[in-house]
Design a binder for this molecule. Sequence first.
Ligand SMILES: N[C@@H](CCSC[C@H]1O[C@@H](n2cnc3c(=O)[nH]cnc32)[C@H](O)[C@@H]1O)C(=O)O
Ligand SMILES: [Zn+2]
Length: 436
Amino acid sequence: MIRGVTVVPVTGPEAVIRDGAVAVADGEIVYVGPADGLPDGFTADRVLGGPGMVALPGLVNAHTHAAMTLFRSYADDLPLMKWLEEAIWPLEQKLIAEDVYWGTLLACAEMLLGGTTTFADMYFFMDRVAAAVEKSGIRASLSRGLIGIAPNAEKALKESRAFVREWHGRANGRITCMLGPHAPYTCPPDYLRKVVAMAAELGVGIHIHVAETRQEVEGIKKQYGCSPVALLAETGLLDLPVLAAHCVHLSPEDIAILAAKGAAVAHNPESNMKLASGIAPVTELLTAGVTVGLGTDGAASNNNLDMLEEMRSAALLQKVAREDPEALPAYAALEMATIGGARALGLGDKIGTLQPGKRADIILLNLRRPHLYPPHDVVAHIVYAAQAGDVDTVIVDGNVVVEGGRLLTLDLDTVLDNARHCALRLVGKPKARSLL
Ligand SMILES: N[C@@H](CCSC[C@H]1O[C@@H](n2cnc3c(=O)[nH]cnc32)[C@H](O)[C@@H]1O)C(=O)O
Ligand SMILES: [Zn+2]
């Protein structure tokens, strides 16, 4: 049980419970409300919380490549295609299973300590990613990245099927799976059709990068005579549950298609800013009724996995883009980082708000900090002023994994040392400013 806290359940813009309580049994939330409204005779084996603490749903990072933490600050200040083709993809050729395991554990440590309880990942060596998720105690939706034009395209598709069969629903349901065709520019329509057939057969959704850059949209138009979104609709991909990352360059028709098909978008404002990809039409997407989650993308293009910071960036970016301070208000950003992301991952019934019947993915922020005083507006504080270091407690699926700002599931020094060792082997000769 959590008590003596302010509860922000993310069930409505005004829903704030002062002196609230959240009770959990068998990993499920059984009560959310005022502390004095708890059922008579309710006893708890363990009581968390205290003055100055705020309980809210764990944050959902709706798009990342966790093991790319190993490439953090390896290649900065480049546009997407140059970054991918000249820096990242050559290094990824050298990745071994061990690297992905330690890189993912590093990401899980960073995310949990910053209040993220769920992430959507697209990468490879996914068995190792799943093992890291299982060990760290975080929740994740995992997709094996598929590049249709690569020599391993068919093999990767087979691997995906085996991966979904083995891992979907594992770790007490903390792990779910999707198929991960990388993007329309790396997966030709015929390949996408095979992915669609397999996803339908397995009963899983699809995680894909869409309309990330102007160059992508122009290339697809030239090759197929339509937009990336229209091309995906044509292959039948949008008839399945879809998590579309980026969606920066969309026409009004594209937005209408996404809305009509019920596709969800993962908005990644910091990655989009850093790679100078552009500004996603988040306000228009929300107005059209599209589900929008929030993601960091990989640490190599962000360069952190901090969802509190990402909420702030999302809100500020919409305001600047539209020259409208009322655009994407604090509560809308908080929704995107919680229930929006949960829905985008197909987990809207399970997580994303604090409500009875949902799994207990709960975080406590400590508001008794100089930069969070005085607390005029708790939601504005969470979005505009809080930092990862304010996360005190993290609960995933009813298990306490962070307490007093310390990770209980992993030995941090071991994770850091192994990640450094992997990074050093990958780059060979460190660059001048490297501290490896
Ligand atoms: N190369 C893999 C499959 C790709 S996994 C997903 C890929 O997405 C790449 N990636 C990361 N961020 C972005 C982005 O913002 N846009 C496009 N691709 C990205 C990432 O580097 C990785 O190569 C194989 O051997 O089968
Ligand atoms: Zn990505």
